[in-house]
Design a protein around this ligand. Structure first.
Ligand SMILES: *Cc1c(COP(=O)(O)O)cnc(C)c1O
Length: 295
């Protein structure tokens, strides 16, 4: 199954009328094609964590997420691929039948434990021993929510190493901001990383700058234009369907659809100078949030 990872991921030129009119070139980095069930950037974030877990002789990966978390399903699939057991601590109550994300995680062998929102908020201090009957602290590698840690940043920086087309901007949807932070650690001074937030968190850019003082000076995170996480609008859904019919590329409605629609709007708003080259990252997500399944 390891051979099934498609790396480096392809870079695809997009033919987009509104961009052409402004002499702007857009390429899409197809991290969604890395693996059918390890959603795009989730592999980048897991790679060095898996290596670390193996070096420490861990047998189990334990992580956290909501019931629709791409990180949960990606961790489950990656654990299976590398022969590691997986445990998912899920926010909220159990709902039967399981949704697609959690059913897939369970099918990969992940054990799920549910904690209420109050406990979930304090998840880093959870008493795992009390929650998980056969919990073995020594053999368990704990990954933070969203896989967001320094090794994940290191993995995401490799997206830039794979690019051999000169570019000015690199644009990516962001949740925890780990992916765009990793990218931004690996840019030249004239290049700019732009994160498109899908959650309301006004402090994200500042938090990342504090965490990584050496980050590219031009790095920025733009606020979401779509309200709450996973909220959709008819405009967004139509956009994703239209984009699919024109380019035969599926975008998800939680992350990449919002990133691409915002990117188009920014182009129309003259955010980017003429003759710019932009690389957008397709971070995946289409398995769990496919408009054609839901809308
Ligand atoms: C998790 C995820 C993101 C967000 O990545 P962060 O590193 O948390 O910012 C973006 N796109 C997709 C499809 C994702 O699943």
């Amino acid at each position: 199954m390891k051979e099934a990872l498609q790396l480096p991921s392809p870079l695809q030129k997009l033919e987009i009328e509104i961009a052409k009119q402004k002499n702007i070139q857009i390429y899409l980095k197809r991290d969604d094609l890395i693996h059918p069930s390890i959603s795009g950037n989730k592999w980048r974030k897991l790679k060095y964590n898996i290596q670390q877990a193996q070096q420490e002789n861990k047998q189990t990966l334990l992580t956290f997420g909501g019931a629709f978390s791409n990180h949960i399903s990606a961790t489950a699939a990656t654990g299976k691929m590398f022969g590691l057991k997986t445990i998912g601590i899920i926010r909220g109550e159990e709902h039967q039948p399981l949704n697609k994300t959690l059913q897939f995680a369970t099918d990969c062998g992940m054990q799920l434990f549910y904690v209420d929102r109050e406990k979930y908020r304090k998840k880093n201090n959870l008493d795992f021993q009390a929650l998980i009957p056969d919990f073995d602290k020594e053999k368990t590698y704990i990954l933070p929510e969203g896989g967001a840690n320094a090794l994940a940043i290191k993995g995401c920086a490799e997206i830039v190493d794979e690019l051999n087309t000169p570019f000015d901007y690199i644009v990516c949807a962001c949740g925890t901001g780990t992916t765009i932070a990793g990218i931004a650690t690996n840019l030249q001074a004239h290049q700019q990383a732009i994160g498109i937030a899908v959650l309301k968190n006004e402090h994200l850019e500042q938090e990342i700058r504090q965490q990584i003082p050496s980050i590219n000076a031009r790095f920025s995170i733009l606020p979401t234009r779509f309200g709450a996480y996973a909220k959709t609008t008819p405009e967004l859904i139509n956009f994703i369907k239209q984009f699919y019919s024109e380019h035969h590329i599926l975008l998800d409605y939680v992350y990449t659809g919002k990133m691409m629609l915002t990117l188009f709007q920014l182009i129309e708003e003259y955010y980017f100078p003429e003759n710019s080259t932009i690389i957008a990252i397709h971070t995946g997500g289409t398995k769990n949030a496919n408009v054609f399944d839901v809308f």
